[in-house]
Design a protein around this ligand. Structure first.
Ligand SMILES: *Cc1c(COP(=O)(O)O)cnc(C)c1O
Length: 379
């Protein structure tokens, strides 16, 4: 039998092709056990003692995420936010952090609520203002520069390589929240990013049935060791069932992302010509600010999320989301069914999102159905 080189797409579909030794099963087992037998000489088989340190269900899902992102190692968390906070917890009092203004609201809220009381200094800057970034990063002080591209919910596109160059000039770590792009579109580690972050609750799981997060590291450096300790010591780890659902979901990641992104382009082009819409945020429109960078950085696709501003303000936007019937009114994104959300009211008083904005997460349905639904809702 001759070995054939497998593409990442094939490796993903086969979940790395692992076969369980004990059972020969192609689909791995779920290991709910929280504790593992200790030998009479006080050793542990496979080094596993207790699930907060390690559970066998984590192995395959972690290995697949690490390989998809082109990293050395992955750590799973109980949610995307637990992964976000684990990164911030590597900072010490006096360290400086830079965050873009348009970013997942939970990330910004965490920084605004807790960073100061922990002694962490921070600046929140315009997403693509590289000049400001150059000016505010400080040698010996700026430890972390945060990227989220495309950003949520304005779909701003950041030139990852440019941010990495600026951050590296002061030896700051770069973390990229890659939840929206997924490694099918962008692998931030290829651009020099140190750590990639996922709310795996979204596209990686893909079916809206598991809350889970992940970090992937380019190197197994000191910060990464610290993150592994934070995961173990804090215990914000996923359950084995969620982890299993994540692995199951990831097997169809490529086919889902391809269909979702193609659908999103079709819907974006329809909405962009609709007289009731004042603006479409979608990096795949040649008129959008991020188009050029997105084209070189997103593997020929533009993501599955778009936001629209509806003419007539808050009242009209609420009317439109009330009238859909194929789109589901729900928060979150990255599921197989299409979702629509009035974002400002979901984010609440801390939101900086205009109140005529609706965010659409495009699914794998027939694009003609999606357009018909939006057409009747906008009438
Ligand atoms: C949802 C989301 C998070 C938070 O993840 P949870 O799994 O909900 O905790 C972080 N970043 C982005 C971009 C997200 O969309």
């Amino acid at each position: 039998m001759k070995k054939v080189k497998k593409s990442l797409e094939t490796r993903c579909a086969q979940a790395l092709g692992w076969i369980e030794k004990e059972t020969s099963s192609l689909v791995p087992s779920i290991y709910p056990s929280t504790t593992f037998i200790r030998n009479s000489d006080l050793s542990y088989n496979d080094g596993r003692a207790y699930t907060r340190a390690d559970n066998p269900t984590y192995d395959q899902a972690s290995a697949l995420i690490a390989e998809l992102e082109g990293g050395k190692s992955a750590q799973l968390f109980s949610s995307g936010m637990a992964a976000v906070v684990a990164v911030f917890q590597t900072l010490k009092a006096g360290d400086h952090l830079v965050l873009p203004q348009n970013v997942y609201c939970g990330t910004r809220t965490w920084v605004e609520k807790y960073a100061s009381s922990w002694g962490i200094e921070y600046d929140i800057i315009e997403n693509n203002d590289y000049k400001i970034l150059e000016k505010i990063v400080k040698k010996n002080n700026t430890k972390l520069v945060w990227i989220e591209t495309p950003s949520n919910p304005e779909l701003r596109i950041t030139d990852i390589g440019r941010v990495v160059d600026i951050a590296k000039s002061v030896d700051a770590l770069v973390v990229a929240d890659n939840t929206l792009a997924t490694p099918v579109l962008t692998k931030p580690i290829e651009y020099g990013v140190d750590i990639t972050l996922h709310s795996a609750t979204k596209y990686l799981n893909g079916h809206g049935d598991a809350l889970i997060g992940a970090l992937v590291s380019k190197d197994e450096n000191n910060t990464w060791q610290k993150i592994k300790e934070i995961a173990h010591d804090g215990g914000a780890l996923p359950g084995p069932v969620e982890t299993w659902l994540l692995l199951r979901g990831m097997r169809t990641l490529y086919i889902r992302m391809n269909k979702i992104c193609k659908n999103a382009e079709i819907v974006a082009n329809f909405l962009n010509q609709h007289p009731q819409i004042s603006k479409v945020f979608f990096p795949g429109l040649p008129t959008s600010d991020g188009y050029e960078v997105a084209t070189k950085q997103m593997n020929g696709l533009y993501g599955g999320i778009l936001s629209i501003r509806v003419k007539g303000g808050y009242k009209k936007a609420v009317e439109v989301q009330a009238k859909v019937n194929i789109f589901k009114r729900a928060t979150s994104f990255g599921t197989i069914e299409s979702l629509i959300e009035h974002r400002a009211s979901y984010e609440g008083p801390r939101s900086n999102i205009p109140d005529d904005l609706l965010r659409l997460s495009i699914g794998i349905e027939n694009s003609k159905d999606l357009i018909s639904d939006l057409k009747q809702a906008l009438e």
